[in-house]
Design a protein around this ligand. Sequence first.
Ligand code: C2O
Length: 345
Amino acid sequence: SPIPPPDLKTCSRAHINDQEEVSYSCCPPKPEDLDSVPYYKFPSMTKLRIRPPAHAADEEYIAKYQLATSRMRELDKDPFDPLGFKQQANIHCAYCNGAYKVGGKELQVHFSWLFFPFHRWYLYFYERILGSLINDPTFGLPYWNWDHPKGMRLPPMFDVPGSSLYDEKRNQSHRNGTIVDLGHFGTEVQTTQLQTMTNNLTLMYRQMITNAPCPLLFFGQPYPLGTDPSPGMGTIENIPHTPIHIWTGDNPRQPHGENMGNFYSAGLDPVFYCHHANVDRMWSEWKQIGGKRRDLTQKDWLNSEFFFYDENRNPFRVKVRDCLDTKKMGYDYAPMATPWRNFKP
Ligand code: C2O
């Protein structure tokens, strides 16, 4: 059977690893009526939110996004406001560091077929909250276009100290336009920028096309209720999703690669949501390649559920089956060329 929404009553301390607990609670504020959290219905909308590539965003867009994020950070004054920036980051911590149990086992939304749908729903609400904080119902999150040579660096809007989009806990030698290595697992490879970009495109070809000809290889392994968490991840979750976390996080100065390099802290870096917008975009791109590249059809996947607060602070349960079409959800991606399609090794 499918994974049900997490049980908020038994939400407990999250842990960083086997030895260390997260020093604060990542559990969300409990809704008043825990036993009757309703199913989410899409609000009516008139215009799609279009998510732009972060490297190409104009100043007006950047100013809006910065303002929305600083308003979200201000909500942290009430530590139990579900719309606060830290509460939003704690969602990731709770779902990924063992705070929730389902079927007597720890819930983990990584390393399985829950990876893509969980993060899609997570960003969906995050985007709507930002939009509502600036009264812009068409606001779309930017995507870190790391699969295109023009986007293969930390997007400049996140690299401005003092801005709400900046985060201190990043690897300082990966700032100021350093080219990202999409295969980075901690060691710096000494090579030319051009070579790194070429390697990145070849790697994208491999993860999107060669290694992911069918759904389970792309999405990750089945994770029905009662089975052990982390049965196995899909190609994109493995690479480049994880390398970008490690590359961005402050491995040199922080004990656990904070912020981006660890599940419990990743959401504390605003670039997390921009990174995941591109991960989410890869889901749409992958389906467009064709062949057997389609959404999974297993009921245990389609009927798995998560819990989120919407932009009006109302709690909801959502199903995987309702997040398969981004346009039905009210958003789409501004198109960009996908040059990796021509990088057959
Ligand atoms: Cu939930 Cu990029 O990790």
